[in-house]
Design a protein. Structure first.
Length: 397
């Protein structure tokens, strides 16, 4: 679909997107899809190597040589797996940034920054992940032997995971994100005034309006909200502000506010927590069954191994539900657009989205069935048409 329309700019964009820009977006989309296919094959091979190929058993035996305590063994096993998996995934991450993104003029990352990001990620995983993993394995070890609560260990793990997720959501803006990027308060007074008036109209409160040095790594533009409760922040990429007028930035922000107004973030959190509870209940049923391990080629049975196996095979079973997630996400995007058209100008949002499509080399066409299955956002033509309809209705009032 993308390739067949490569030489023709869609009618809705013929006055705002050049043929060269449209062709770049098509080529960029096809290149990303090609890399994604190779990545799927690579991940499938890794899954086979770790399971039927004996990789997890080998890591388990190495872990047993290093530590004897069962809790320490579990942490070392999962840590070893995470390290090996991360190192094996580095070549694809490197190719994505330094070949694919560079080819299309988006990569601004240096090799030094790339390595620093990986090392920081490892350090955070140790500082944050090890205590969490220790608590989870301890619960599994203690509660499974309990005569009354042994069958409900997974519920206790779920409670710990839920609390941990909420803490991370609260802590991310102030403590984690600044480790990777610089965040400075918005200094453009005209834009700041516009945003503050918009926040007043919508009744939204935040902990500040910040500009992030997104250009440090990429030429892509974006904006987002992060945080929990009073610790919420509005963040604009510096690349976004460079390309847009204040009214267009206001429209983009109004769209993001729409997600909060319609409680999309809260609803997504609830769905995620309920889904994780269901998933852990299934793990609770599978964990004591030898066939779960042997069927995947694993002979070293333990609580940590059960967690690893479940994390590895889970994407296979959740994949068929992807369309449901995509449908809900696209519905949310349309609702946020309608909110933006109510509190800002629909024409400004149309112009802002067109600039984002153009500067991010986003494809203006997509296969309808592929989009229904995978895409979290409506197609460009469908989305612009919906906004133009809202604009026409507003003009007739």
């Amino acid at each position: 679909m993308v390739l067949s329309h490569r030489n023709h700019v869609p009618a809705a964009f013929i006055d705002t997107v050049t043929l060269a820009e449209h062709q770049k977006a098509a080529d960029y989309t096809l290149a990303k899809q090609k890399l994604a296919r190779y990545e799927i094959i690579f991940q499938a091979l890794l899954l086979l190597i770790f399971t039927l190929g004996g990789g997890l058993d080998l890591l388990a035996r190495i872990s047993q040589l290093w530590v004897k305590n069962s809790l320490a063994y579990g942490i070392v096993l999962i840590g070893l797996f995470s390290l090996v998996n991360m190192v094996l995934s580095w070549p694809i991450a490197w190719y994505r940034s330094f070949r694919l993104e560079t080819r299309f003029g988006f990569n601004n990352m240096t090799l030094k920054t790339f390595i620093a990001d990986q090392l920081k990620g490892c350090l955070l995983a140790i500082i944050i992940g090890v205590p969490l993993l220790y608590i989870i394995l301890l619960i599994m070890q203690k509660l499974m032997l309990h005569p009354i609560f042994g069958g409900a260990w997974w519920f206790a793990v779920w409670l710990v995971w839920m609390v941990f997720s909420l803490i991370m959501l609260w802590a991310f803006p102030k403590w984690i994100a600044p480790l990777f990027n610089k965040f400075i308060p918005l200094t453009d007074q005209e834009l700041r005034t516009r945003i503050e008036k918009l926040l007043q109209r919508t009744g939204f409160h935040s902990d500040g309006i910040f500009v992030m040095d997104g250009s440090k790594r990429s030429g892509h533009g974006n904006a987002y909200f992060t945080g929990l409760g009073k610790n919420k922040r509005i963040v604009f990429f510096d690349t976004l502000l460079k390309d847009m007028q204040p009214a267009e930035v206001e429209a983009v922000l109004a769209h993001e506010l729409g997600h909060f107004a319609h409680k999309h973030v809260l609803k997504q959190m609830i769905v995620t927590f309920l889904l994780s509870l269901f998933i852990l209940a299934i793990l609770g049923w599978l964990l004591p069954q030898p066939a779960f391990y042997l069927g995947l080629g694993v002979h070293e049975i333990s609580h940590a191994m059960a967690l690893l196996l479940f994390m590895l095979v889970l994407p296979i079973f959740t994949f068929p539900f992807s369309p449901l997630s995509s449908i809900m996400s696209r519905k949310n995007e349309f609702e946020a657009d309608r909110f933006a058209a109510q509190y800002a100008d629909a024409s400004d949002l149309i112009q802002a989205l067109t600039k984002l499509y153009r500067t991010n080399a986003a494809s203006l066409v997509s296969d309808i069935w592929y989009s229904r299955f995978y895409d979290s956002h409506p197609g460009a033509q469908e989305r612009i048409a919906a906004l133009q309809s809202l604009q026409a209705k507003a003009s007739h009032k």
